[in-house]
Design a protein around this ligand. Structure first.
Ligand code: OFO
Length: 169
């Protein structure tokens, strides 16, 4: 049976991951509105990844005999002034998620649940990768791209991203 404190912390992270899905869905809607299909595709892949992250924790909690308690999902931001502003928000958001995963790992360590620590390590590695990917897009937007032609070039590149269901844990 999983420790109660850890169960609560995992449930909070499930909510955070579903919020991430919702947040990226809102960005997807923004890119649909301004007709940047490649950026929209990037968000579509990202929101599917977030759904998989949430379900990974959901399934793990069941596997460990815990109770999944779904909570209300906060309303995400709905408007941005530019794709650059969107990616600034994405980076900030992913940095926040990293700190949440670290806090979750602290709880798993505190209650001495080594199996959970090992499982949650995957999420930490995933965050390193996500922050790096997002940082690269943002760098391009910040440093290289100050005209529309460049934006369309990045849009083309982001259109090539595909969703590969992650193998979690
Ligand atoms: Fe963005 O990795 Fe989950 O939240």
């Amino acid at each position: 049976m999983i420790n109660e404190k850890l169960e609560k912390a995992i449930n909070e992270q499930i909510n955070a991951e579903f919020y991430s899905e919702y947040f990226y869905l809102s960005m997807y809607a923004y890119f649909e509105r301004i007709n940047l299909q490649g950026f929209k595709n990037w968000m579509n892949v990202q929101l599917q990844e977030e759904h998989a992250h949430a379900m990974g924790l959901f399934n793990y909690l069941h596997e460990r005999g815990g109770k999944v308690s779904l909570k209300q999902i906060e309303q995400p931001k709905t408007d941005w002034s530019s794709p650059k502003e969107v990616f600034e928000d994405v980076l900030k958001h992913e940095q926040l998620v990293t700190s949440k995963i670290n806090a979750l790992l602290d709880v798993a360590e505190e209650v001495n649940d080594r199996a959970a620590v090992s499982f949650l390590d995957w999420y930490l590695k995933e965050q390193v990768e996500e922050e790096s990917n997002v940082g690269n897009v943002l760098k391009t937007l910040n440093l290289i791209c100050d005209d529309k032609q460049c934006l369309f070039m990045i849009d083309k590149e982001l259109a090539t991203r595909t969703f590969n269901p992650p193998v979690i844990g």
